[in-house]
Design a protein around this ligand. Structure first.
Ligand code: UD2
Ligand code: MN
Length: 551
């Protein structure tokens, strides 16, 4: 056993986290505990000057987390075969509470420690564009079934999702809230969840699935259980905002073939701060990865719904009978991924439309990676995409997908007869029609080919990327996503790049700060003159426009 002296102050974690709960405790997070229920209700969160405290809170937590992470990493790096010895060391360095809290955060990939401390019914800032509050949405009597699938979600995040719906939906519009448990095995999602749910509302119920079905079949299950006229799907870590419901229902009342999506606002994974998302629309690249595209021109009105070629997947409203009519989802799709593009193409190609409704806002915790495993099913985003490509990328367009992801050629899609019969029954348009009428920008996508891994299973390698013609090197100092990539003097200081090669998946070039080099990102079209700009984008390690060849 080696003994290491770790130069990390162990108090930092507990001090800052606890202190801020006591001191920071204000409207947007936790109201002071000495206020009566009535007083709490009367206090508006703005009176607590949340802007400043908000920031302090975030900063403190970032530091706290960082320290905990460092400590944990240091312990992890200690070489010993003796697991008990290592745990003992861990116990000495982190207090029991810290260690438990930290493990909890690691398990969920967001700050569960903070989530557990924050009131379920906290306020969120009303980030709707001006004008939304004055709008009226007459004549919708349809009742809604909200469907939330979850697999090992942090209980506080799940309950906060439910609480936000109860707090911020107009009375009488919610028929039921269906929580579809996708074979979770965390203790606080068991019996105790039911009691906590009942304390919030009587319209919620949990449907247990003993076998892991993945989010796609779980949603089908939810839709079949539902009785409301309209279905609204949400992820299990959301918070709906003021007035979120009516604008969605209104779009569907105008046109029952429309699928209405709220704007997906950002809930910071570390600070749980709620902030508005920019006005964007959804699309995809030829690897069939969803991406956000900028709006082609200035939108005429900040409050009017606008069409989107694709949706992110998680949050949308659809008339229940329409959802059934157009074939629910592809039941053969597993775990996660691909269903969002499949649904988007099917809705558009088969006579409907998808709209983003700026007056309807729902926050979502964006995590840097998915915290759960996939039961050894491999890259389900890829296998699901193969099914959708064979079904919907007709007229030879499937070759674009194969060019982007050569490994997809080798994957058998399985039985597609049912999906193809839906396409026939509904008399759907061709993919060419979709490209011409809905997503002309898709053809401007670029993807990068990749070489096979050739034996090496996983390695990281520090290097510089030199551009042959200019003799300059790729700059690695990017601050945020969508920064356009540039070249700089090869001698200049700066981090080296990392090549990341996870198993047989493709290689990503990591720029640091969780940013990867992306040839299909938001800045792709900004180069002009037929060439493609490369930008920094959030790493997804799924190949596609983030796959590169190292030679
Ligand atoms: C996005 C979508 C997500 C889904 C996915 C593609 C948003 C905000 N989110 O990814 O809804 O369309 O793209 O498939 O647009 N879950 C299960 N069983 C599983 C795996 C997940 O029930 O086997 C649940 C999970 O607990 C969560 C939901 O499905 O509530 C979506 O999963 P996610 O949050 O990991 O997906 P996300 O947001 O990365
Ligand atoms: Mn999610």
């Amino acid at each position: 056993l080696k003994i290491y002296f770790l130069d990390v102050p162990s108090e930092q974690f507990s001090i800052s986290a606890d202190a801020l709960i006591e001191n920071g405790a204000d409207g947007n997070y936790i109201l002071p505990t000495d206020l009566s229920q009535q007083e709490r209700k009367q206090k508006k969160w703005k009176e607590f000057n949340p802007a400043r405290k908000h920031k302090d809170l975030g900063e403190n937590l970032k530091t706290a987390n960082l320290h905990a992470k460092k400590k944990f990493a240091a312990v992890e790096s200690i070489e010993t075969d003796d697991a008990l010895g290592r745990d003992a060391l861990l116990g000495m360095i982190l207090s029991d509470d810290d260690a438990a809290a930290f493990r909890e955060n690691e398990k969920h990939d967001f700050n569960v420690f903070l989530s557990n401390k924050i009131r379920l019914d906290r306020n969120v800032p009303d980030v709707r564009p001006p004008g939304c509050a004055e709008k009226s949405y007459p004549g919708r009597e349809e009742k809604v079934s909200v469907i939330i699938c979850f697999h090992n979600e942090a209980a506080s995040a799940l309950l906060r999702t439910v609480q936000s719906i109860v707090t911020r939906s107009s009375a009488g519009l919610i028929e039921e809230i269906l929580l579809i448990d996708d074979a979770s095995d965390l203790e606080d999602l068991g019996e105790s969840l039911l009691a906590r749910l009942r304390a919030i509302t009587l319209v919620a119920r949990v449907v247990r699935q003993q076998v892991r079905n993945g989010l796609i079949r779980s949603r089908i299950r939810g839709a079949r259980e539902a009785i409301g006229a309209v279905l609204i799907f949400l992820d299990s870590h959301c918070e709906v905002n003021v007035g979120w419901l009516e604008p969605l229902l209104f779009e569907i009342a105008l046109d029952r073939t429309a699928v209405a999506c709220p704007v997906i606002d950002l809930i910071h994974a570390e600070t749980l701060e709620y902030s508005a998302s920019p006005t964007v629309r959804g699309g995809f690249n030829w690897g069939l990865h969803f991406r956000w595209d900028s709006l082609p021109s200035k939108v005429p009105s900040k409050t009017e719904p606008y069409t989107t070629p694709a949706m992110a997947g998680g949050l949308f409203a659809v008339e229940r009978m329409r959802f059934i009519e157009i074939g629910e989802y592809d039941e053969a799709m597993d775990i996660w991924g691909g269903e969002n593009i499949e649904f988007s193409l099917r809705v558009w190609m088969c006579g409907g439309s998808i709209k983003i409704v700026p007056c309807s806002r729902v926050g979502h915790i964006f995590r840097s990676q998915r915290p759960y495993g996939n039961d050894g099913k491999g890259d389900t985003q890829l296998t699901n995409s193969v099914r959708l490509a064979h079904t919907w990328l007709d007229g030879g367009h499937i070759t674009k997908f194969f060019d982007a992801r050569p490994e997809a050629r080798l994957i058998q899609p399985g039985d597609l007869s049912q999906r193809l019969s839906i396409k026939k029954r509904l008399g759907c348009h061709s993919f060419q029609w979709y490209l011409d009428n809905v997503y002309p920008e898709a053809t401007q996508n670029t993807t990068f080919s990749r070489v096979d891994a050739g034996g090496a299973s996983r390695f990281t390698h520090k290097f510089k990327l030199r551009h042959l013609a200019s003799e300059m090197c790729l700059n690695t100092n990017y601050q945020s996503k969508n920064d356009r990539a540039t070249v700089t003097d090869c001698d200049s200081k700066g981090k080296r790049l990392t090549l990341y090669e996870p198993g047989d998946s493709s290689r990503a070039v990591v720029l640091g700060k969780k940013l990867c080099l992306d040839g299909g990102g938001e800045c792709a079209d900004s180069a002009g003159g037929g060439s493609v700009a490369v930008c920094a984008a959030k790493c997804h390690f799924n190949g596609g426009s983030q796959a590169w060849i190292y030679s």
